[in-house]
Design a binder for this molecule. Sequence first.
Ligand SMILES: NC(=O)C1=CN([C@@H]2O[C@H](COP(=O)(O)OP(=O)(O)OC[C@H]3O[C@@H](n4cnc5c(N)ncnc54)[C@H](O)[C@@H]3O)[C@@H](O)[C@H]2O)C=CC1
Ligand SMILES: O=C(O)C(=O)COP(=O)(O)O
Length: 391
Amino acid sequence: MLDIKTYNMIAPEGTAEFPADKYTINETDKPAALLIRSQDMHKTRFGTSVLAIARAGVGVNNIPLVEANSNGTVVFNTPGSNANAVKELIVAMLILATRPVFSSVQWAKKLNGADVSLQTEKGKNHFAGTELQGKTIGIIGLGSVGSRVARATADLGMHVIGYDPYISVEHAWRLSNDIPRAKDLSELLQKSDYVTIHIPYTEGNKDLISSKELAELKDGAILLNYSRWGIVNENAVIDALDSHKIAQYLTDFSSEKVIKHESTIVTPHIGGTTLEAEINGAIMAAQTLKKYLETGNIVNSVNFPAVEMPFDSNFRITLIHQNVPNMVGRITTILAKYDINIDNMINRSREQIAYTMIDTDNISEKTFNKLKNELIEISEVIRVREIRKNK
Ligand SMILES: NC(=O)C1=CN([C@@H]2O[C@H](COP(=O)(O)OP(=O)(O)OC[C@H]3O[C@@H](n4cnc5c(N)ncnc54)[C@H](O)[C@@H]3O)[C@@H](O)[C@H]2O)C=CC1
Ligand SMILES: O=C(O)C(=O)COP(=O)(O)O
């Protein structure tokens, strides 16, 4: 039995992917894997029993990847699972930034009497808004969310300009040829009435939008951050609002200062919080974990290489090791000592980490344990695992 520990609200459709004859959920203190959302794993220790962590969602800045690597823990996310949910919220927030929906509703709620309809007709002049059509929106990051926001806002009649120097081939294909790309961030900032950010939080993206970048925006521009706290420098954005350099800041990431400011609209990190996105993410994360636990194959990992090999033999040995020369030679030399005949083998690497899978015929538990002890003695080997077919 393998135990899966969950954190946060994981849709039951996800945990239902783990059959009860092979898995338990939240039953031991030595789980084989974790299924999480935004749980801060920098503060939540995970032990060496944890073979994998699946993040139902996209951002993985809540997971210590260096520690995961040295522990031999594969970290997965679920690309695109909640992108439509974020896109729809962005459309809503753009409209809320432009039309006085909240204030007009609050005003109308207070009306009394038989002539409320007359009162609304008289009062509506106080609630004139502006339109999105014809305005320019700059989209920083053209991945799963950004590319969808580009399409949706172009459909609203906005002029769209994008910036993503690291765009993947897959996302570039999804993006319409009509969407012009800024040559650099400055060009995007200078041309946009609205700027929306859809990039991961990384060391390199910390404070990407700070005083210098805010100064480049058009006067009265509107900034949206549905990516992460820390990508926009909070003090700089408050200064830009106070000086009326920018008109509004809309964000999913709060602090008291930001919430209390009169020119902000703060949502409580609900970008990916729809029934559909939660189910998508939980199922995708669970399926990815199951695949890894049952076959060793790796898809959608953020710290390990993608590795897939059909599991046609009876026994599979997986090794996580440092990416240094001659590891395969050293590993196969030890296997040869045990007279193990290799049916199939794959070795892939990503930065400092490498992963090797070796398929062979059944090996007894006793022989495998001896073999494992010898393999783990190679100082660069981090983890050795056995997978028996259909177990
Ligand atoms: N508010 C919420 O609930 C949610 C927030 N997010 C946040 O949004 C981020 C983006 O999500 P996805 O689009 O699904 O991820 P994605 O990985 O599909 O796309 C991110 C894009 O950002 C680009 N990028 C990275 N650094 C950049 C930079 N400095 N300038 C311009 N482009 C840059 C990458 O090349 C990539 O194309 C996530 O990492 C997460 O932090 C995602 C989903 C829900
Ligand atoms: O997918 C992401 O990056 C998100 O920010 C969504 O976070 P959540 O799963 O709603 O806690």
